[in-house]
Design a binder for this molecule. Structure first.
Ligand SMILES: [Zn+2]
Length: 564
């Protein structure tokens, strides 16, 4: 059936609906979805193939950007194929008649079935974003990202070229290369703010939070609560880091540079006791043995993956859904089989397993788990490497009993990460709220507020502009913060080796239920921050619940955001 023909049917349905009831509207929308999915499936699949081939070096697209978050954010420099896909996507969405049908359904308020409503939100948002045609912003973004990733790609060459300078001096030189991007970064933030103002938002960050079901208004409060709950513990951990750095480098604590604090965090993630190298087979077997504890099978995922180190591969690790119908789930990485890479690969396999165990009956548009949920599951799996002695034993990892960071902390790097997230969220929120301010001054002010150490004037470099997660601004820091709290609560109810039950409690649902419904189903209670402390510290949880604002989740379908 061609497109026009299909539209005529839609309008015929619509006429019936205007004076009719709920079930007919739902029938109409189901019909719409079926047609929609039929069209987007092959496009999504072709895109996936192109992206995978680019990363694995099978095709000649040398300039594909490092991050590919969504189907319509594929950045390829001047390549015909990319334009072809972009055109296909535009044809798919830029059709006002179909958009009108969706708007009428929205206005009717007759769509009440929860599965249909969740699918409606997804489709409707895609149409809104294409309708708004944010060309100007895309152009600024593309330029900034191109320059950013060109610099990133030159990193290994840079370190080879600078000769005999200290590591601190080298790092300062490296950050200096990025400072030329700050003005473009500011322009982009302003352009993104302008785009969403038309949709009724004050700034882009607010719009992103809304997109992911997070209450913008309660963010400050959540940050405050987590700051208060973790501050004392973090000060203790910082003290340990300071004495370790001073002992190692023979300096006093007021001489410590921000770079040295960063190295201390790396030592928490990769403890010295774990400097082991395996064969590729043994390495994968260790991960497979861990997941077998919950009856999860990684062998098919591994077979499709491209994991091992090659010099010309892009340094990145991510999970990739090639084709959900063919159950083709893969991991891309550029790793050596070393213990220091275990946690990141356990994390990526966690994402892949999450997709793999989504119930086959879940509708196509709801198969992909929402970001908070996806990260929560992967963090729950990877944290066990640090928090469970049984898991360490099964994986043959050396005991951390003698490691100063692990004496009072089960997972010290998680605490450091939480504090960094608080800083990053406040930074992102503030630059979108006030894009004219001095970003570097803000960064170092927040550093002092949340990481609780000061940097000398000469050390206050614009390190944030060389940080991919900051330049990307996709709201990821907020998702991680919620995801860690979510994972901490799962750990409380399914501790140690009990990794099996979350398959039926969480994973099988895909995106058919909101994340805060799922945590309640899986643990019997709302997200409760009291478990967060137990997640990183060796102590008992206190008894009084610390709940997040109950309004944190909003029913997006009901929100009128001024697009009409
Ligand atoms: Zn992840």
């Amino acid at each position: 059936m061609n497109k026009n023909h299909c539209l005529m049917y839609l309008f015929a349905f619509l006429l019936l609906v205007s004076c009719s009831d709920r079930s007919q509207t739902e029938k109409l929308f189901q019909y719409f979805i079926n047609k929609h999915v039929e069209r987007i499936k092959p496009i999504n699949k072709s895109l996936s193939e192109v992206v995978w081939a680019t990363y694995t070096g099978e095709t000649s697209y040398k300039d594909l950007m490092l991050e590919v978050h969504r189907v319509d954010s594929l950045f390829v420099k001047g390549d015909k194929t990319a334009e072809y896909y972009q055109r296909l996507l535009n044809n798919l969405y830029d059709n006002s008649s179909e958009f009108e049908v969706l708007m009428k359904i929205k206005k009717s308020g007759l769509l009440t079935d929860s599965l249909l409503k969740r699918q409606f939100v997804k489709v409707y948002r895609e149409y809104v974003s294409i309708q708004n045609n944010w060309d100007k912003t895309e152009k600024i973004k593309l330029k900034l990202f191109e320059q950013f990733f060109e610099l990133k790609k030159s990193e290994n060459r840079f370190w080879d070229s600078i000769g005999n300078v200290s590591e601190d001096v080298g790092r300062a030189m490296w950050i200096g290369k990025f400072s030329g991007l700050i003005d473009k970064f500011r322009d982009l933030i302003k352009a993104m703010n302008d785009d969403v103002k038309r949709l009724g938002y004050d700034n882009y960050f607010e719009a992103t939070m809304d997109y992911y079901d997070i209450s913008y208004d309660s963010l400050d409060q959540i940050i405050r609560v987590i700051d208060n709950e973790t501050r004392e513990d973090y000060l203790q951990l910082l003290g340990i880091a300071q004495s370790e750095i001073c002992r190692e480098l023979n300096i006093t604590s007021n001489q410590i540079t921000p770079f040295q604090y960063r190295d201390a965090h790396t030592n928490m993630m990769t403890p010295g006791e774990w400097k082991v190298e395996y064969s590729q087979e043994d390495f994968i077997k260790i991960i497979g043995d861990y997941y077998a504890l919950g009856n999860y099978d990684i062998s098919d995922i591994y077979k499709n993956s491209d994991i091992w180190y090659k010099e010309n591969k892009v340094n990145n690790s991510f999970f990739f859904c090639m084709d959900s119908e063919k159950r083709d789930f893969r991991i891309y990485s550029n790793s050596k089989p070393k213990a220091s890479n275990l946690s990141s690969l356990v994390h990526e396999f966690g994402h892949a397993l999450h997709y793999k165990y989504v119930d086959q009956k879940v509708p196509y548009l709801l198969k992909e788990p929402q970001s908070i949920l996806a990260e929560a599951v992967a963090i729950y799996f990877d944290s066990k490497i640090y928090t469970s002695k049984d898991v360490q034993e099964i994986m043959g990892l050396a005991s951390l009993d003698q490691n100063p960071y692990f004496k009072d902390f089960r997972n010290p790097s998680e605490l450091f990460f939480i504090r960094k997230l608080l800083r990053n969220i406040m930074f992102e929120k503030s630059i979108f709220e006030n894009p004219d301010q001095d970003f570097n001054e803000l960064w170092w002010k927040l550093n002092k507020e949340y990481l609780l150490y000061d940097a000398s004037l000469t050390d206050r470099l614009p390190e944030w502009i060389s940080n991919q997660q900051i330049v990307d601004f996709n709201g990821m820091h907020v998702f991680y913060l919620y995801a860690i709290a979510f994972a901490a609560q799962l750990e409380e109810y399914y501790p140690g080796q009990q990794i099996g039950p979350i398959k039926d409690k969480i994973m099988k649902y895909g995106d058919t239920l909101p994340w805060n419904d799922l945590i309640k189903r899986a643990t019997g209670e709302e997200l409760n921050l009291k478990y967060l402390i137990n997640f990183y510290k060796r102590s008992n949880v206190n008894d009084s619940p610390i709940s997040l604002n109950n309004n944190a989740h909003k029913d997006l379908y009901l929100r009128e955001n001024g697009c009409s």
